[in-house]
Design a protein around this ligand. Structure first.
Ligand code: HDD
Length: 716
């Protein structure tokens, strides 16, 4: 009895609510063409530019806001096929994310060849000057999941699909020219070590934990790559400002069947730039999509990023004489030994229309090479050639993934592969086998012999064994070369990041093993890390091969190769009430003339009233626009009123962070109260410049094109 009563009461209450809402929100009562939906929002009925909504079967949809029910408050009916179809599709929206490189962003582009390479390769992409080939590029981080943040310390994927007229060429590279392991059989172990630890599900998107460094310490071949990974290469400022590498040694083969070895390099036209670690950590909170937004914004604004494609070409004689095995992906061929010859330029000039359809469904496969490009016996590459096809079936669910628009070659495709899930092509003809004696359309395609991809007839000999060649044994010489090629600032960053990462390892023996290995690279490096970890310097581990002293390779430093430019970079301009309108205008124009962009920041996003009475709207309120999002900053306060900025904690962080991240800071108006409140009074240096006058602005623009103020004194 009691239950009945309660139910009745509740029913009564809901009835009242329903009666009230009926007049307010029942879409059926509106007859104006605009319908008011459940949330009280306006929903447009078809009309104007809107096409009529249909089901996936093309049936017109009567009502997309209310499922079909029996009675006003009755159960939803299974007869509502439109509802069922909608939910069915939604339930299946996700596909497995990539096991590595899950988080990525991409764009379409075009590659233009500078000169014919016909003497060394018959690949049609390199047929002659001006030859254009469409491309699609996907950049990625490796370890993090799809929803992780962009500024993880990590290797960046740099995968390029060239839609050549002899089939797709996928150059599936990274922004680091070496790899952690020499043999693909260790790839699952490497990935399991770096991903979240399986018993706890963290840490996400980072290598700073026990299992990764445990693996690295036990696999000294990873040492060289970790030096790159601990360098600023692993925290790039932008995808547009990082190099790319094919990593492996490939082959070029010309029309006469002659072959030479080749390594591929992408060189960013904007030059290389990285952020500092503390900045990276804060960017991840302020804008986890920092890199994808950067690419989106640049291409949207018509600032199309470009990379030059370079090749290092060498023959058997060089390979035989080289100190290292060219089949070992943990080694580079120093640019000073084999110069990088620039052979073309890629421009990314078109954003995707749909992130899932293109960036998520793009399927790169190292085994996609056109005639003129071939593989070597690099055991990592050989394993990759097996892995990538397999993974696409798992991810995309059908053997017909190559028919998806982003994957489909742009040259004619003809074969006898048939059917399968999601077959999109209505393949004509009576035969689906070869040989056949039919003629015309029924006959189908035929092999093309020497016009096809003819594998280079490499001699293969030897007994079948599971063995690592002796020539792969030197794990430290090139790691040392990388270390001695860095500027002191870069070396400091490397020491600090090893110490940070190893400091996150809970097991002391893991730290010790890694530092013991690093002693074989450089004693200063190892002792710097040990000091920062507060541990005694362990004895060096025993290297498998003697460490060879090499010349430094200047090409390996970011800072030594930085371009003097502000092109493609962003200034954060913090304005206060009454800011000098002329100074703001002049600065903005000058930055834009230098090829950069300006983002205005104020206490509130509504902006500030400038000295001439005009209101300048801000793109960011300072709480949402910290200085970590910008390459350089300027503060233009009013002639009075600097106090308002000083009272704002995010405005204080804006300048202290810019200062401690070694950024160039422009100052105009009454900035003293802010600097004082931020603890910077009396600490300004020659990279804190006035921007009040035209002359000052010119000097400031010249300075922001240069390096950060790396020798800034950060002691209080
Ligand atoms: Fe890999 C994805 C780059 C070694 C197996 N890899 C993947 C992507 C890049 C690389 C850029 C993302 C492609 C995209 O954006 O869709 N991988 C490399 C480089 C390597 C390397 C430069 C060493 C030189 N990879 C490697 C090995 C194996 C794999 C040794 C397995 C034996 N890689 C895969 C994969 C992925 C992949 C599991 C995940 C998603 C995918 O392929 O499409 O198959």
């Amino acid at each position: 009895m009691a239950t009945k009563k309660t139910t009745k009461k509740a029913t009564k209450k809901t009835s009242a609510a329903r009666a009230k809402s009926k007049t307010k929100t029942n879409p059926k009562s509106a007859t104006t063409g605009d319908e008011v939906g459940n949330g009280g929002e306006l929903h447009q009925r078809a009309g104007g530019d809107s096409p009529p909504m249909t089901t996936a079967q093309g049936g017109p949809v009567e009502d997309d806001n209310n499922s079909l029910r029996a009675g006003d408050r009755g159960p939803t009916l299974i007869a509502d096929h439109a509802f069922r179809e909608k939910i069915f599709h939604f339930d299946h929206e996700r596909i497995p994310e990539r096991v590595v490189h899950a988080r990525g962003y991409g764009a379409h582009g075009v590659f233009e060849c500078h000169e014919s390479l016909a003497d060394i390769t018959r690949a049609s992409v390199f047929a002659g000057a001006g030859k254009k080939t469409e491309t699609f590029v996907r950049f990625s981080t490796v370890a993090g999941n799809l929803g992780s943040f962009d500024l993880a310390r990590d290797v960046r994927g740099f995968a390029t699909k060239f839609y050549t007229d002899e089939g797709n060429w996928d150059l599936v590279g990274n922004n680091i020219p070496v790899f952690f392991i020499q043999d693909a059989v260790k790839f699952p172990d490497l990935v399991h070590a770096v991903k979240e630890e399986p018993d706890r599900g963290f840490p996400q998107a980072q290598s700073a934990h026990d299992t990764f460094w445990d693996f690295v310490g036990l696999m000294p071949e990873a040492t060289h790559m970790t030096l790159w990974q601990m360098s600023d290469r692993a925290i790039p400022r932008s995808f547009r400002m990082m190099e790319g590498f094919g990593v492996h040694t490939f082959r070029f083969v010309n029309a006469a069947g002659e072959s030479q070895f080749v390594k591929f390099h992408w060189k960013p036209v904007l030059g290389m730039q990285s952020v500092v670690w503390n900045e990276a950590v804060k960017i991840n909170g302020a804008d986890p999509d920092f890199h994808r937004r950067d690419l989106f914004d640049a291409i949207s604004a018509g600032d199309f990023p470009q990379w030059e494609l370079g090749v290092q070409v060498f023959d058997d004689a060089f390979a035989d004489a080289f100190d290292f095995d060219i089949l070992d992906a943990t080694k580079i061929v120093p640019e000073e030994l084999v110069p990088v010859r620039i052979v073309g330029t890629m421009t990314l000039n078109r954003l995707v229309d749909n992130v899932f359809a293109e960036i998520e469904q793009v399927a790169f496969m190292t085994q996609n090479v056109p005639p003129g490009i071939d593989f070597t016996n690099d055991p990592l590459l050989q394993g990759r050639n097996f892995s990538y096809l397999d993974t696409q079936l798992k991810r995309l669910g059908s053997t017909n993934f190559s028919q998806l628009p982003v994957n489909a070659p742009k040259c004619p495709v003809a074969h006898f592969q048939r059917d399968g899930h999601m077959q999109m092509s209505t393949q004509p003809g009576r035969t689906a086998y070869e040989p056949n004696s039919f003629t015309g359309a029924d006959r189908g395609p035929r092999e093309v012999g020497a016009d096809g991809h003819v594998p280079f007839p490499d001699e293969v000999a030897g007994s079948m064994r599971r063995i690592r060649a002796e020539s792969f044994a030197d794990h430290y010489s090139q790691a040392r070369q990388f270390w001695i090629s860095q500027t002191p600032v870069e070396q400091d960053h490397i020491v600090a990041s090893y110490a940070f990462e190893l400091g996150k390892c809970e097991i002391p023996a893991i730290r010790e093993r890694v530092v013991a290995n690093l002693r074989n690279v450089d004693k200063e490096l190892a002792s710097g890390i040990a000091d920062k970890l507060g541990m005694p310097l362990p004895a060096a581990s025993k290297p498998a091969a003697p460490v060879v002293e090499m010349e430094p390779s200047p090409a390996l430093s970011i800072l030594d190769n930085a371009k003097e430019t502000f092109e493609g970079r962003k200034l954060g301009l913090l304005i206060g009430e009454g800011a000098d309108a002329a100074a703001v205008k002049r600065l903005t124009k000058a930055v834009e003339k230098a090829g950069g962009t300006v983002e205005v920041i104020a206490i509130a996003v509504g902006g500030a009233i400038l000295s001439d009475g005009s209101t300048l709207a801000a793109k960011q309120a300072v709480a949402g626009g910290p200085s970590v999002l910008y390459d350089a900053v300027a503060v233009v306060a009013g002639s009075e009123g600097g106090k308002a900025l000083a009272d704002e904690p995010p405005a204080r962080d804006f300048v202290t962070d810019a200062f401690s991240h070694f950024k160039v800071i422009g100052l105009a108006g009454a900035t003293d109260p802010l600097l004082e409140a931020a603890g910077l009074a009396g600490r300004l240096d020659d990279a804190c410049l006035p921007v009040g006058t035209a002359k000052e602005t010119t000097a400031y623009i010249a300075r922001i094109a240069g390096p950060r103020k790396w020798d800034r004194d950060l002691s209080a």
